[in-house]
Design a protein around this ligand. Structure first.
Ligand code: HEM
Length: 462
């Protein structure tokens, strides 16, 4: 097959395709471009960088080959690195600190650890449900606000034995405000010209302040733990970060690296999962038949008693709902790789080179009509065991790829499944605004904005 040019919107002098990128809704902008230009298109960025956006299973399957491609820290992640340093998310795969931390921290999110974290997840979920019960059936719940508090408190308690107590404060915790601003600014910086960034003194000042808020909380948690180590039998991920030795080299994580891991886990560990829960509730309220089936399963498995870890395996339909939600709304909506070899061809005909940003646009990958019948339809049945097994490889990638795949995927799915089970067991759900039309708020992640619901207590004795 002969080589052909990758489709591209018409570039402008100096700024290339920058004007084609939506500054406020970058991912939704790329989705629109993919709709116009197809499963592969190229954007030229200032400074000679080229971004190639991919949205078909065939092309994505090709770039998921770790023999030919590796994770790339594209501009937004380079900006996040300003505050997350060489934590797992923003380190290069070849960096020594990524390799040590990967080996030390992987088991901390394995099946044994997840079982131990079940109690912490149930504790925080119970707090929120109790609060909702007391607020009563007329209370209008801002779903994204509440799930953000839930997931932040859950990761902090389960991983670091720290209580943010977010349900007891009016305003979001200062950590969350600093984090959201820093994430938005990281994305914006990556779409501005370098000169623009240098001139925006106020934004730069705010970014520095936000970075300090994130670091000082992390440093405080580490200092407190060093002063008062966990009792035996109550060890958590922070203990692992501070004390565990790399099984291969015997090295421990440096103090600076522990700080970056803490910030990384607090951010990566809640922002995406709250988006997942919010989109899930949005979809459930639009699909009463799915909601009814989910509730029937919860009633059958749990009846009127509190859930235990073993119940999760029997709540398979809830897991299917979460996976289908992540198909339509992958809350970390893109990841980037680059070729290891300078002379690489994609799909047998598109030339790409080392340092090209190959961006996997998961919301469009997950709508590839060659894989998904009627892709816009919300149908958890797609993830019934046999059907999911029959999916082509790399058709569903909400958690990224290969060795750089999300370390917290099991944690996120367990937390979300448990919360959903407890919620459906206890409440009837209804939309507070039946005319709500989906608005997606983008930081580097996606979340529904302005989505609200009301809850009525069901007659279950708990
Ligand atoms: C990596 C998505 C929950 C911690 C990733 C990546 C994606 C992702 C797409 C790969 C990024 C890339 O290749 O650049 C999600 C989604 C979640 C979720 C959709 C929830 C629904 C979590 C949780 C934690 C976590 C709960 C922590 C407990 C991380 C870390 C990495 C990562 C540390 C970097 C791993 C490495 O490269 O070694 N996540 N994530 N995530 N995630 Fe998650």
């Amino acid at each position: 097959m002969s080589l052909v040019e990758i489709p591209q919107p018409h570039p402008a002098p100096l700024v290339g395709n920058l004007p084609a990128m939506d500054q406020r809704e970058p991912v939704q902008g790329l989705m629109r471009l993919a709709g116009e230009l197809g499963p592969i298109f190229r954007l030229d960025l200032p400074g000679g960088k080229r971004m190639v956006v991919l949205s078909s299973q065939a092309l994505v399957h090709e770039v998921c080959d770790q023999e030919r491609f590796e994770k790339m820290l594209h501009q937004p992640l380079r900006q996040v690195r300003e505050f997350a340093g060489d934590g797992l998310f923003t380190a290069e795969t070849r960096e020594h600190n990524w390799q040590i931390a990967h080996r030390i921290l992987m088991p901390a999110f394995g099946p044994v650890a997840l079982r131990e974290m079940f109690g912490g997840m149930a504790d925080i979920a119970e707090q929120l449900l109790l609060k909702w019960e007391r607020l009563g059936p007329e209370h209008v719940i801002d779903v994204a606000d509440n799930t953000t508090r839930l997931t932040l408190d859950t990761i902090a308690l389960c991983a670091f034995s720290y209580r943010f107590n977010s349900f007891y404060r009016e305003e979001m915790h200062p950590f969350v405000r600093a984090m959201v601003r820093a994430l938005v600014e990281s994305g914006s910086r990556s779409r501005r010209l370098p000169l623009q960034n240098r001139l925006m003194l106020l934004s730069r000042h705010q970014f520095e302040e936000d970075k300090n808020v994130l670091h000082s909380l992390a440093d405080r948690l580490v200092a407190e733990r060093r002063r008062q180590p966990s009792p035996p039998g109550r060890r958590d991920i922070l203990d692992t970060m501070i004390e565990a030795a790399d099984p291969q080299t015997g090295e421990r994580l440096s103090d600076e690296n522990v700080r970056y891991q803490l910030v990384t886990f607090l951010i990566a560990g809640h922002e995406t999962t709250s988006g997942l829960l919010t989109f899930t509730l949005y979809e459930l309220l639009r699909h009463p038949e799915v909601l009814a089936r989910a509730r029937a399963q919860v009633d059958e498995v749990l009846g009127g008693r509190r859930p235990v870890f073993e119940d999760l395996a029997r709540l398979g339909y809830l897991d299917q709902i979460l996976r289908e939600t992540l198909r339509l709304w992958p809350t970390a909506p893109a990841f980037a790789v680059t070729p290891l070899d300078d002379e690489t061809t994609l799909g047998g005909r598109y030339p790409v080179r080392r340092d090209d940003i190959l961006l996997v646009l998961t919301p469009m990958l997950h709508r590839d009509p060659a894989v998904w019948e009627d892709p816009e339809r919300f149908d958890p049945g797609r993830f019934a065991f046999e059907k999911a097994q029959a999916l082509p490889p790399d058709a569903w990638k909400p958690f990224g790829n290969g060795v750089r795949m999300c370390i917290g995927r099991g944690f996120a799915l367990q937390e979300a499944q448990l919360f959903l089970a407890m919620l459906l067991q206890r409440f009837d759900l209804e939309p507070a605004d039946p005319g709500y039309r989906l608005v997606i708020h983008e930081t580097l992640t996606m979340k529904p904005e302005g989505f609200t619901m009301r809850l009525r207590r069901r007659p279950v004795a708990l």
